[in-house]
Design a protein around this ligand. Structure first.
Ligand code: CMP
Length: 139
């Protein structure tokens, strides 16, 4: 299995709960290498850009409002099979359907406020890491 990159976002709900440290600890326990990590607050336009693929969906406005309401932590991750493995660790999009032991089960509130993001493909992992770390040397 190839070494891949994936993007974790610790979303505004999880940052506000003070869960960032616990989530970063979990990242390290899962044997990801942290290539880059930064806390930022997205503008509305930046949130729209990041989630452009969802424009036109019923939840788009809600998603963009939520993602720009407070600080987030973007973490560029690398390991073997990173995309699949991170999605397994975070659990189903809807925290009510997420398995025991997953991050969304522990910290998510509902399908909109679900604590963390994970890239859905290797290609998007590259694109999304570049969104937050463009022009920076990822370790
Ligand atoms: P994420 O993995 O960040 O990718 C897209 C996000 O859209 C997803 O997590 C959810 O937070 C959000 N989302 C997906 N479906 C819905 C929905 N039905 N209502 C509100 N938000 C949603």
């Amino acid at each position: 299995m190839a070494v891949q990159r994936t993007l974790c976002i610790i979303k505004p709900d999880a940052v506000a709960k003070g869960a960032s440290g616990t989530i970063v600890e979990r990242i390290l326990r899962e044997n990801f290498r942290v290539l880059g990590l930064r806390q930022v607050r997205l503008s509305r336009a930046q949130a729209e850009g990041f989630y452009a693929v969802h424009r036109g969906r019923a939840f788009f406005e809600e998603l963009v409002t939520f993602m720009s309401r407070g600080p987030i932590v973007a973490v560029a991750l690398e390991r073997e099979d990173a995309v699949r493995h991170w999605r397994e660790v975070i659990g189903a999009t809807d925290p009510a359907k997420a398995a025991e032991g997953t991050i969304r089960k522990a910290f998510g509130s509902n399908v909109g406020e679900n604590a963390v993001h994970g890239s859905d493909s290797e290609e998007n992992g590259q694109i999304e890491c570049a969104f937050f770390f463009a022009g920076m040397d990822l370790l």
